[in-house]
Design a protein. Sequence first.
Lengths: 225, 117
Amino acid sequence: MIKNVLVVLALLGLLVMFLPIVNNFQERSELSELATDYVNGSIKDLNSPNVVTSVIVTYRGLDTLGEVTVLFLATLAVGFLLKKKALKTEKKEATENLKTTSTFLAALVMVLGIYIFSHGHLTPGGGFQGGVIIASGFLLLILADINLKINHTIIQLVESFSGVFYVIIGAVGLVLTIGFLNSRIIPLGEFGNLFSAGSIPIIYSLIGLKVGAELTNIIDTMEGE
Amino acid sequence: MLYSLIIGIALLLVGIFAMLTQKNLIKIILGFSIADTGVHIIIVSLGYLKDKTAPIIDSAVQASEAASKVVDPIPSALVLTAIVIGLAVTAVMLSFVVEMYRKNKSLNINDYQELKW
């Protein structure tokens, strides 16, 4: 009883804390100074039509590096906690139809993922979204075929290489004295082309591969449970 | 957007309510995910500008007047980060639950008294 009262009190306290936000809420009609700078800088300095991408990859690149590190640590923790056991293969094999269709669909899903992360600077999307889509392709394969073995060596190689190249590309900016993770280390190209916006598409593709590999690893480890 | 702000706060409160009252570990994690989503909606609705479009330059948004036509890109970028971190944290929490269930054969939080005071 006393517990329920405390819960209600805690929620009421939170509500009181949030009320000023709702009460004083005014719909803004102009961008803040920082956001205006980001929008104009993304077009003029970085040649990237998608402003969110240039904020994530260049202006806040260090945050994204930290985020990728957190994701890597989470993968490590999941792998450490759930050591994969030998699967009991009592389950019936999937039918031929299911297997064939899922393989066909998974290939399409992965191509969509690659499209999304390589066009991250042009269209809505990017490395994280593309990586998740690639992992969902692998999830489809795992769900359709219970005995599927995923080659962990390849996953680890892809993950390590994309992580290392991400940091190397960032460090090249330091060597050229432009700044860590600055995307202007290679020519910017023509506005709106696939090969433009400096190193943004390269970094985002590496992030996409890394996220896809990590999430595939998480899914594969959890499959045995 | 006032309505999305209210929806976000409501989701956050529902999630915290679930975390405080539920006994099942999986349901507590579900509560965390709901609260997480609420926070994302709050951040995005604070960055919304009336009658503006997504911050992507294309045929609908000319590069010369982009700054007066798009919503704030910073909250979107923050939320993208937060979603990925939330996913990673949820995966780690779920694997902890799997490990706890394997050791004690119980998902009820009352059976785990070691950290209670």
